[in-house]
Design a binder for this molecule. Structure first.
Ligand SMILES: [Zn+2]
Ligand SMILES: [Zn+2]
Length: 314
């Protein structure tokens, strides 16, 4: 490091209390764009996260509100990678609608805001059909914008859907992405993703019940971002809903077991389910009482950097 750069970094850290979040400062980080579920929670948008690797954003899932959430995170954290025009690469864990309702937003809003590249969309079988049909549904709008008086490029509206199977699904000069089959009930094409740089690794569970493949994926990870439901909340359920959630999602107790086996650097909770008015703190305590791995109760727009333990909320 040059003396000049060192002085610059010292100045920035001194002025803001935290390092500037430029491209080179990140090995790998995750921003929670939406931590919600199908439930219409006003303070939690639909499930979506952004991995920031080498200054570029890679989007995972496209819940409701995704582009506005990305813009909110850009402003909060100073991450230009999350500007609408830079959102051009996305991955779907599975095709449940809570994870895809924002896909038209992700494809078309950045285009209207002058993104020229098509949206590259990696996801399970059915992804290409979903993208093609969405574009079909919006074809009148797309044509009017291109052919009308609005200054509008004729390329950025496209969705380039590519269907994945377990294994390495993406690689560029910043990150590699591996898909691991998760355990989401009858939905056999549901994936967890491993994002890796030379030195760092972040694992996103997607929707899954306790899953040995996710345990293996999370071994040695700097951060595991994992869904869960509250043990106490589950007591409020009965019948088919109880059976459904048990076979599709992960209880707090099972998640504690999972992190005790995998021992990631730390755990970030997202896609939190609870029922019966059980408070957030209770879900967090259900895990922290059963593990010594640091646990953070994720909220929309949170930023977590691999290799750095965040302050608070544990
Ligand atoms: Zn979901
Ligand atoms: Zn799901």
């Amino acid at each position: 490091m040059t003396a000049r750069l060192l002085i610059y970094l010292l100045l920035v850290v001194g002025l803001t209390g935290a390092p500037a979040l430029g491209a080179d400062d990140f090995g790998l980080a995750v921003v929670l764009l939406g931590t919600g579920t199908p439930n219409a929670t006003p303070d939690r948008q639909g499930p979506a996260v952004a991995i920031i690797g080498g200054g570029k954003a890679y989007i995972i899932d496209a819940g409701t509100g995704i582009v506005r959430q990305a813009e909110a995170a850009r402003r909060r954290h100073g991450l230009e990678a999350l500007a609408p025009g830079n959102l051009d690469t996305a991955f779907l864990t599975h095709l449940h609608s809570d994870h895809t309702l924002g896909l038209a937003d992700l494809a078309l809003t950045p285009w209207v805001l002058e993104r020229e590249k098509p949206l590259s969309l990696f996801g399970p079988p059915g992804t290409k059909k979903l993208g093609d049909h969405l574009i079909k549904a919006y074809e009148d709008d797309i044509r009017i914008r291109i052919d009308g008086s609005q200054p509008q490029n004729s390329t950025g509206w496209q969705i380039d859907g590519r269907e994945i199977s377990p294994g390495l699904i993406f690689q560029d000069d910043r990150v590699s992405v591996k898909a691991v089959r998760a355990c989401h009930g009858e939905i056999t094409d549901s994936y967890a993703f491993i994002f890796r740089t030379a030195a760092r690794r972040i694992v996103i569970s997607g929707d899954t019940t306790y899953c040995s493949a996710v345990v293996e994926a999370a071994k040695g990870a700097d951060i595991l971002v994992h869904e869960l439901y509250s043990d106490a909340g589950f007591e409020a359920l009965s019948g088919r809903w109880a059976a459904y959630h048990k076979s599709h999602h992960t209880s707090a107790t099972d998640l504690a077991r999972l992190v005790n086996q995998a021992r990631p650097g730390y755990l970030v909770l997202y896609h939190q389910l609870s029922w019966g008015g059980v408070p957030e703190e209770r879900s967090l305590e259900e895990i922290t009482a059963q593990t010594d791995i640091p646990v953070f109760y994720g909220r929309d727009l949170d930023l977590y950097s691999a290799g750095q333990l965040p302050a608070g909320n544990e």
